[in-house]
Design a protein around this ligand. Sequence first.
Ligand code: ATP
Length: 326
Amino acid sequence: MPTRNITIIGSLNTDLITRTSRVPAAGETLITSSYDTGCGGKGANQAVACARLSREKGSEVDEAGCTINMIGAVGDDMFGRDLINGLVSNGIGVDGVRVKDGEKSGVAVIIVEEESGENRILMSPNANYALRPSDFKSLPDPLPDLIILQLEIPLITVLHILKLAREKNVEVLLNPAPAVKLPREAYLAVNHLIVNETEASIITSTTGQKHSWALWGEHIQRLIDLGVRHVLVTLGAEGVIYLDTGIQRVLQAPGEKVTVIDSTGAGDTFVGAYAGMLAKSGRDSRDFTCMMELVDFANRAAAKTVQKGGVQSAIPWRNEVSLENT
Ligand code: ATP
């Protein structure tokens, strides 16, 4: 099987994570039950998930038949150096990570509420927002087989990369988080769209509607209308809906029944698992059965993440996810 090259273009952040039994009310100070720092950012998280879920713990990158490269920006500071080292330790190529003079590295302040496992996040993009279209005169050479994008870098940069990818016919997976409505033509470059419920509501302009299974028919039609072949809507504990718009078939994979410790990063694990398996296994993305197996694997991988605290540290390796059907 040919080596496949996945390139993730996106954010790198240092996560400052506090855990508390409940979130404080306005004006209230609570003592946390724990504090941690970790490497994060949707781009970096998805790169780590891709790397870990496309190979077994301890195996070399080359043995996996799949290389993972990160393109992004950090500040010239201690956080930035740690973020780059974190990627390297997961076997991810970092030649495309720029160190931006005079910028601070991105930071995310995360509050995890222990009672519910829910999280609240305040993000300072810093160097991530210094990644401009001028940083991408062209796509990397050799061209990646798959580019993964999120929206934690400037939208103008994402749109520029989508245009380049379309010109070069490079496959693109877009996880439009945090969600904004993109111009319609942006979706013409996207082959795989992975959104959570909130993101699905925003991009289909159904914000504010209470979702129920009965309403999914309408949402799905709007998602089909975007023109993306593979659409996945992640539903947290409810699992995921997968839609192949080419043959207009829908699959609902129920969520795994697990005990939630911390749901942060579940979505990123899902994206990385899906992309990593798509590339590594050489699955035929026109075959609905292949895609069902892949979605099922990503669903089980993401369910592993919520059973552990932390973000990147909670992302499992391939051999830690049961491999039936993959
Ligand atoms: P986050 O922003 O926390 O990373 P998200 O909102 O982007 O997550 P979700 O839809 O919450 O994404 O979760 C992504 C996937 O993770 C789900 O489709 C499911 O596979 C898995 N997952 C999330 N929460 C649970 C849970 N409580 N139980 C089992 N699986 C879960």
